[in-house]
Design a protein around this ligand. Structure first.
Ligand code: AMP
Ligand code: MN
Ligand code: MN
Length: 354
């Protein structure tokens, strides 16, 4: 859906749930005022396609506006997962230690809370800040908040802001935003894949993108060692039919030893949740990925009867109704037990379902 000006992929969101006209105007004013200054872009830790694509697509847009002092960063090691190594704008990335200590403007992407920015969250303290996000669980941190819970991806918000800034799409910006949109919609399969999302994809593709090549690089290319690792991890999946008040939970885990055994980096574990959630018998699925001696990155998915963001928020994380995550402590079994204890309360009454 577009308005008479031909924009607004967000038009389906009721105004109360997304940014107001005043929010958009404040964001445009903040960005225009900073064009001659230092602009720092930050996306969430362990960036996914939406975080990186939204940030770099916006970065390239700022370049087109004439911004010279521009950095993009995220907390943690400056390692870009192989699937995103072809993304335009990667040259703008700097390690967090090199990020401007005192930027004039900070723009954050795809982070539901300040904690997802690690120690970079301190940059929000003195600078003007604009937050672009689409998590219902967003804690409304930062200055100007462009939070659109009904948007399929943060890149939808970026697209709208670039339009309002008068920056036309080009093939490089479009590739970043397309990767972001395709990753967060599960390649245009999830419910939030509205007509407006396809219209945005059409505009992006019209710049000359090659969706087959992009998809192969982003979704369908992994090292051989990862294939064998998937065998181990999927082979130990467990099914608990009683979880979530009888809706069922299927889950598995991957350790740092698993990664070491096959010489793999953590990013290769990300697609596993998509295999685990296929199990017909379970409404809820989960992959518990070891990130430290007793620390686990948890991916949760639901097919509809359970609001997994409730579970994630209870356990210190966030996300969306059908896809959420948090950092778990203890053993993998401890983490799954903690999830199990929250699942019954996260079952949605059928009256609540839209
Ligand atoms: P993932 O399973 O990593 O693809 O994440 C699913 C959703 O949960 C995404 O929207 C993430 O932004 C969100 N999420 C994952 N981990 C966390 C966390 N530790 N804190 C807050 N949100 C998270
Ligand atoms: Mn994300
Ligand atoms: Mn996202």
């Amino acid at each position: 859906m577009t308005d008479p000006a031909g924009r607004s992929t967000l038009a389906e969101a009721p105004p109360t749930t997304g940014p107001t006209e005043a929010d958009w105007a404040a964001a445009v004013t903040a960005v225009r005022a900073a064009v001659g200054g230092r602009i720092l872009l930050i996306c969430h830790v362990n960036p996914d396609g939406d975080a990186l694509g939204s940030m770099l697509g916006f970065a390239l847009g700022l370049r087109r506006m004439g911004v010279r002092q521009l950095q993009a960063t995220f907390p943690g090691p400056m390692e870009v997962p192989d699937p995103f190594q072809g993304m335009p704008g990667l040259g703008l990335l700097v390690p967090e230690a090199e990020a401007y200590p005192d930027p004039d403007l900070v723009v954050c992407f795809d982070a539901a809370s300040g904690s997802r920015l690690g120690s970079l969250a301190d940059r929000l303290g003195n600078a003007v800040s604009v937050v672009l996000d689409h998590h219902a669980s967003n804690t409304r941190f930062g200055g100007v908040q462009l939070v659109a819970p009904r948007a399929a991806a943060t890149s939808v918000v970026v697209d709208e802001l670039l339009t309002r800034l008068g920056v036309p799409l080009d093939a490089e910006i479009a590739e970043c935003l397309y990767i972001a949109l395709a990753t967060d919609t599960g390649s245009f399969r999830f419910d939030m894949t509205t007509p407006a999302v396809h219209e945005m994809a059409a505009r992006l593709l019209a710049t000359g993108l090659k969706p087959g090549e992009i998809s192969r690089q982003v979704f369908d290319t992994r090292p051989f060692g990862a294939i064998r690792l998937y065998g181990d991890v999927l082979g130990r999946a467990e099914f608990d039919p009683d979880a979530a008040d009888g809706r069922g939970l299927v889950w598995t885990y991957a350790t740092q030893d698993d990664l070491a055994r096959y010489g793999q980096r953590p990013y290769v574990l990300e697609p596993l949740i998509d295999s685990v959630r296929c199990a017909a018998e379970a409404d809820v699925s989960c992959v518990v990925k070891q990130v430290g001696p007793s620390e686990w990155a948890v991916s949760l998915r639901s097919k509809g009867d359970v609001d997994v963001s409730r579970v994630a928020v209870k356990l210190g994380g966030g996300g969306h109704r059908f896809a959420a995550g948090f950092t778990g402590r203890g053993s993998a079994r401890d983490v799954v037990d903690a999830i199990g204890a929250e699942l019954d309360d996260a079952v949605i009454d059928s009256d609540d379902q839209r």
